[in-house]
Design a protein around this ligand. Sequence first.
Ligand code: SF4
Length: 353
Amino acid sequence: MSVAIQMTAKDLYHRLRNIRVGGSVCQYSLKKCEELIPVVNEILRLKAEKNAVILVHSYVTPEIVYGVADFVGDSYKLSKDAINTSAKVIVFVAVRFMGETAKILNPDKEVLVPAREQGCTLADCVTAADVRRMREKYPDHTFVCYVNTTAEVKAECDVCVTSANVYKIVEAIPNDKIYFLPDKFMGINLVNEMSRRGIDKTIHFWSGSCYVHEEYTREQIFKIRSEYPEAKIISHPECNADVVANSDFVGGTEQMLDYMRKSPARQFLMLTECGLSSRLQSEFPDKELVGSCTLCKYMKSNALEDIRRVLTSPRPAERVEIAEGVRVRAQKSLEAMFRYAQGEVPAVVRACE
Ligand code: SF4
């Protein structure tokens, strides 16, 4: 058993004091940190006792990100962290499909997802039966699924992608016919980006969307540009094509943070979930956030009390279980992604074979 590291309320307040987004949900006083610190330290003690690791998506509330996380990041970074961990238990503080990704890659570990709202508008908009139907309609296409999909859907596809590597992987796939799912905005952005790169591929895509990212409009960008002409506009590929076309940088959440880290600019508008704005305010206090952001109810349904409870008595719905046949086929999609991301071109394995 490893020794539990404990935290003081002042330590926690030091990490959270600059955060000013999302109304009272994500604003912190020393008094609020004094109220949070008993449950934070109980989780840190239980984590050491149970040999658990806590993986936290950047969109989750800041007291979890800065209080109890071992690893923080986007779905791609966290899925790599999940592979490398030697812990017996993985607590995945995000949404259900991300916990499933950890379980696909770590079948012998216990994976627990404490989110009260286990959905995601993207992951819930397409089923394995839908993919099988599309495969019959487009039999000569390579099926590419965004990581925001269930294990059953990944199992029906050839290769998985994230927002950070979708363009690189689709460009590298040795087939000029692609079916992308489930996000229609990423699909349109993918078509536009391949055209910009001079890559000639026929790309069909599914009709889903993320309710957080679909809210943003180019009018918001024009307003911010008129009020803050020096501000850099950063958006996520799940935003619509007008927003993407009018942004200074487009990328996955880790790429956005990296852009801000390296940029000499001082002001940023971040067109993604508020969690990333919180990370900007906590980790880059010399940079200023302008405009507003949007909360994801699924990501924000994670609470410290539930993380403590799953470490002692998880409910059946909080344990991730995947049928072995589905897991093995979904793993092929993820492993194809890892190989493409390293510059290899794996043999495309039809998941339904
Ligand atoms: S922000 Fe929320 S709804 Fe949108 S893709 Fe992420 S988890 Fe799903």
